[in-house]
Ligand binder design. Sequence first.
Ligand SMILES: Cc1cc2nc3c(=O)[nH]c(=O)nc-3n(C[C@H](O)[C@H](O)[C@H](O)COP(=O)(O)OP(=O)(O)OC[C@H]3O[C@@H](n4cnc5c(N)ncnc54)[C@H](O)[C@@H]3O)c2cc1C
Length: 414
Amino acid sequence: MDYLDLDLKLSKEDILLKKTANEFARKVMRPIAKELDEMTPEQVIATGSPFWEFMRKAYALGYHAILIPESYGGMDLTSLQQTLIYEELAWGSFGLAVALAVSSFPAFAASMTAEKELIEKIIVPFCENRDASFIGCWAITEPEHGSDTLIPGYPTFSDPDIPSNCVAKPDGDDYIINGQKAAWVSCGTIATHAALFCQIDPRMGHAGGGLFAIPLNIPGVKKGAPLNKMGQRDLNQGEIFFDNVRVPKYCLIAGTDAYEAMLEITLSATTSLMGVLSTGLARAAFEEALAYVKQRNQGGRLLMNHKNVQTKLFHMFSKVELSRQISRAAYVFNQNTSTPAEEYSLIAKVYGTQAAFEVANDAVQLFGGNGLSKEYLVEKLFRDARASMIEDGSNDVLAISGGHKMIRHYPRRD
Ligand SMILES: Cc1cc2nc3c(=O)[nH]c(=O)nc-3n(C[C@H](O)[C@H](O)[C@H](O)COP(=O)(O)OP(=O)(O)OC[C@H]3O[C@@H](n4cnc5c(N)ncnc54)[C@H](O)[C@@H]3O)c2cc1C
């Protein structure tokens, strides 16, 4: 938390929120994330695992409802305050911060409508939940579709010859869902509810999708095994299968007419949030490296007294600061406009995750051999950062999407 915040307008309340979140990240998240990192994916989610201790403590503080408006029982935070807290949580653990954020997605998505049933069945119970028995996820990636599901507006997005792996068909007052979502769904195997993105009209390709908020403890839903992966091992992930799953029509938040626009709004929030979280991770790696070079002696002097170490530190610090500036700005702007400029969120995600990876990589380098040892936090930060460059859209594909938006929207005429 010992960094200079360039925002001179931060209120006392903003600073207090940041401080409280940092304390939680330091005292609760860091030690639990370290334990979870060394467990199997099954152990991570087993009853009695410290993962649940983290979730219960976070829910008790209301951190599960950061994104939800107060009128529904959420934390009543400005979008700037949301970024302040999320940066601290990701400083504690990127994977656990993601688990908490995705858990709110069904309620967050549902809060974009005023549908009474969704308010009563999903949003309010989620906000009131304190024992982490209500867990959400957002399920968009499919076995045969990753990147192509995240580029609304791109020509392939409306290609009818690209069939989806998960389809919802209207049936009277219900929809019937069949198919599957990929093993990458965060909180996939533990979620009780999902914000489900799936195809309704195949003639429109991915653009013919719908966004649903649904319970998962209903007939026909099955879960896969928890995924074993390199980084963010404290984040549960896994497949969700749908076999003739019947959900009422009120679960549909956006149908085919609004799907592309709704996805763009959602991605404007998620990708800039990824930038905010990456800032927390990058800052954690920078701080570890800074502390280390102040106490490690090499060549007759402390590492910090070598000039190349000083320039490396400067470039690491620059990346942390630049990541914060673009991520905060993009998130706050896009949360407070009805026509988000997604390209700025894309910069936040692509720059932020790349910066976090480079800073974590430099931190490992500065630690020398120790940087490869599990004794030191930077080893985990490096692996967590690597995963983030694919998470929520591979950076290469998001850059293609951003470039396509440049061509369509610039120079701006408004
Ligand atoms: C830690 C983590 C958490 C995640 N959480 C979730 C979640 O909560 N919910 C969810 O639904 N999904 C989640 N995902 C999935 C994630 O969104 C996808 O992994 C991502 O969109 C990439 O899809 P893919 O893995 O299928 O890769 P692919 O799309 O198969 O891409 C493979 C490679 O090909 C490149 N490529 C693909 N298309 C093109 C193209 N048109 N032009 C050029 N290159 C291309 C990509 O850049 C990439 O390098 C998560 C992933 C990770 C790693």
